[in-house]
Design a binder for this molecule. Structure first.
Ligand code: GLC
Length: 538
């Protein structure tokens, strides 16, 4: 086992740039068509050179991979498709040697139907202690043929499945992901042990999947539109769970980032009280259209909701569940489409790419920490996956109307001229790469000073070098219509032109970085951002 690290008590997480690795699609070390830990280990120097501070791995545990690993069969082993626990330990140590911290993903709301607990519950039958770790109930209707309640699913489709002995079990996601009963002491104990298991192995943090869904109304009462509290979102008991988790994290100097989707800012901030989670993803920013007024309001609201609890904001443009940034920003409807992706939406990738470049500078200049999803630094667009290759259960549960999330999970292109763009040397990748993928390859972009990768490398280097970036205050500056301009401490200014006309730049003594070429007269073209050093005394 890798030597456990000394507890980290510094607050690196308040302004870290955290890179999300989707192991299945990052790099294939053993040539079987699926990304793996060997692939990640070989590419750690790439991440160190990119300039990120930490790496978050989506689930890498033993799993039937029905929902891309968010169906965990055993938290204490690595899925054989990805490698072994010994390799994960080596990876954590090798990452640490490169100053990269590791964050693992815990999925407490549910387990895989192949988990020993669920298998035992099925075998033990109605009324057994084994069933109490889940939500098993008799059905409604004369013969119990109707589901126990009307709860809406997080994916489309039903939330209850009937087993041969007649009982039904709850699953907010797919039937292969039965929900755990968080009122059961063994469920709590097990997760606390799992947290310790990974903190002991030197991970610096834990991402908590579906963090606001775990606790359920004990009566499992029907959901009624508009009636509070919701029977399974944001139940008050959750805070007690996260307080006990926080105590464990504090022993190890570990940190949490919660996946908390809540429209109510005050309810959201409760999860970030000083004795609960350190941070939570900011999905309001991700879902905000490319529109100056709404972006500014989102930034202001985010900072205002975090301030009272003293938590830093996180800024996220993309992850493994949403349409990739370049594609989203290249569409008329640039909003968020987790649940409503559409086939064949007209997209202007050149426009999307200009905006994504500008958005990168905006995001990296804001106060707090930033999440970067693998391939975002390459400007990958959302890929069209041929219907017969789609794997995401979301597609199937929508009756085939929703393309699902595979388009943002396509194996990365590393080398333009290698088979499968260098993802792996052997078998066909688990999801097909589009034919034009080579143009995005790391080697090609490394040789091009105007590439998205070059922009990210420079931006991350500057963000580290300039003490005014990261955590701390920001101040809006007067700007032309449709332009966002703000100053960070130490005289660094970020200006983003979201209008349709070129904009003037504020007085400055140095242009630090631009997301695209400036106009010949020194103006900032539409959909372009710059970092400036303010003129003396400004
Ligand atoms: C989260 C994950 C998503 C997964 C779901 C169920 O939203 O990000 O990928 O499908 O939880 O675990």
């Amino acid at each position: 086992m890798a030597a456990p690290h000394a507890p980290r008590t510094d607050d690196w997480w308040r302004d870290a740039v955290i890179y999300q690795v989707y192991p299945r699609s990052f790099a294939d070390g053993d040539g079987d068509g699926t990304g793996d830990l060997a692939g990640v280990r070989a590419r750690l120097p790439y991440l160190a050179e990119l300039g990120v501070d930490a790496v978050w791995f989506t689930p890498w545990y033993a799993s039937p991979l029905v929902d891309g690993g968010y169906d965990v069969a055993d938290y204490r082993t690595i899925d054989p498709a990805f490698g072994t626990l010994a390799e994960a330990e080596k990876l954590i140590a090798e990452a640490a040697a490169l100053d990269l911290r590791v964050i693992v993903d815990i999925v407490p709301n549910h387990v895989s139907d192949q988990h020993t607990w669920f298998q035992a519950a099925l075998a033990a039958g109605p009324g057994s202690a084994e069933r109490e770790r889940f939500h098993f109930r008799p059905g409604r209707g004369e013969n119990g043929e109707l589901p126990p309640n009307n709860w809406p699913s997080q994916f489309s489709g039903p939330t209850w499945t009937r087993v041969p002995d007649g009982e039904w079990y709850l699953h907010l996601f797919t039937p292969e992901q039965p929900d755990l009963n968080w009122a059961h002491p063994e469920v709590r104990q097990e997760h606390e042990d799992v947290l310790r298991f990974w903190f002991e192995r030197g991970v610096a943090g834990v991402r908590i999947d579906s963090a606001a869904l775990l606790a359920k109304d004990p009566a499992l009462a029907d959901f009624e539109e508009g009636v509070d509290p919701h029977p399974y979102i944001d139940q008050d008991e959750l805070h007690d769970i996260y307080r006990s988790w926080r105590a464990i994290a504090d022993e190890y100097g570990g940190v949490f980032v919660g996946e908390v989707w809540l429209p109510d800012a005050e309810r959201f901030a409760r999860y970030l009280r000083p004795d609960e989670l350190h941070t939570a993803f900011n999905f309001t920013f991700l879902s905000c259209p490319w529109e100056p007024g709404r972006l500014r309001r989102t930034i202001d609201d985010t900072l205002a909701e975090h301030a009272p609890v003293g938590a830093p904001a996180t800024w996220v443009l993309c992850n493994h569940d949403v349409t990739r940034t370049v594609t989203r920003y290249g569409r008329d409807d640039t909003g968020f489409d987790f649940a409503a992706k559409r086939f064949g939406t007209p997209t202007d990738l050149a426009l999307g790419s200009r905006r994504a470049r500008a958005a990168a500078l905006l995001t990296l200049a804001l106060p707090g920490s930033v999440y970067l999803y693998q391939g975002e630094e390459l400007g990958l667009p959302e890929a069209e996956i041929p219907l017969d290759r789609i794997q995401d259960p979301m597609h199937f549960r929508s009756g085939g109307t929703d393309p699902g999330r595979d388009g943002c999970r396509v194996p990365l292109p590393w080398e333009a001229d290698a088979p499968y763009c260098g993802f792996g040397a052997g078998a066909v990748p688990w999801l097909p790469q589009p034919e034009d993928w080579a143009q995005y390859a790391v080697d090609r972009q490394s040789a091009d000073a105007a590439s998205m990768l070059a922009l990210y490398r420079q931006a991350l280097r500057l963000r580290r070098a300039e003490p005014g970036f990261g955590d701390g205050p920001m101040r809006w500056l007067p700007a032309e219509e449709g332009v966002l301009a703000f100053a960070r401490p130490g005289g660094v200014i970020c200006v983003v032109n979201l209008s349709a006309a070129p904009a003037g730049l504020p007085p400055h003594r140095e242009l630090l970085l631009a997301s695209g070429p400036l106009g010949a007269d020194g103006t900032l073209p539409p959909d372009t951002a710059v970092w400036l050093r303010a003129a003396d005394g400004a």
